[in-house]
Design a binder for this molecule. Sequence first.
Ligand code: SD4
Length: 330
Amino acid sequence: MISRRKFIAASSAVALGAIVKPVFANVKSLTKEDSQVKKEMIPMVISTWNHGIPANEAAWKVLETGGNSLDAVEQGVQIPEADPNVMSVGYGGFPDRDGHVTLDACIMNKDGDCGSVSFLQHIKHPIAVARKVMEETPHVMLSGEGALQFALEQGFVKENLLTDQAKKAWEEWKVNSKYLPKINAENHDTIGMLAIDEAGDIAGACTTSGAAYKYHGRVGDSPIIGAGLYIDNEVGGAVATGQGELVMKTLGTFLVVELMRNGMNPQEACKEAVKRIVTKLKNYKEFQVGYLAINKSAEVGSYCIHPGFNYALYQNDKNTLIDSDSYLKS
Ligand code: SD4
């Protein structure tokens, strides 16, 4: 005789079967040919927004001399991290609403290893600390005071990251103190970078000072593996920029990579991940999110909610700024 518990489990499964459609039902699986790297397409590096151009230059210096993709992305994103005029990343970033510059970053290599720091203060290059977390600890993420203590132990120097320019902007903001995320803020936001080296191996990095005037303690998508960045060296990689809360609610870059694993090209996968936000999150029009992806064949894709997101692609000795397609057209 069937027990009551078994009966309930069996009937729930039947009911679920009736309503749950397989997520990847209509996409083909990757074939071996799909995953072949075209040698003329690599090395390559790609990164978000205008500040991706100088960041790519630094990454390219590593790649063109046969360096690996992990070193390339770490070197690349350190350019905007150190630039006081890029007010959304590292030194010179806009502070939180209490006047503290707090940084989030993560890095991921070809072997699926990753390291991350969140809510880190006083260290100019959070991406380098994230790499140390990956390589020198048994953990993936360190946060706040602990991350700072670890950085200092590793030889990083404690610095003031709040520039006069950022302080002035914060003081002006305090007059009304409204938390109002800006869409496409000054055309540079989080930097996310993906690279394929000569050996065909993929790595990625993501670093940011987060949303300007956020609550003290707020952590966005950028240090979260699978939200701000995800790499699977068999498939490809993806990075996210824009309002982290929407990316975290949909685990955006993991989704993009899984869609590519199941046969979508990078463009289709980015579009589908934005569509997920649009269909699931009612307030999507108030925010920008942009995704950037590459696959193992060095194909590129990008998609965003609002027009205005762009990315820099360095491939075949050319570093080019390209506008992303968007869900909303104006
Ligand atoms: C974050 N994706 O922390 C980052 C950058 C940002 O508005 O603040 N965008 O959400």
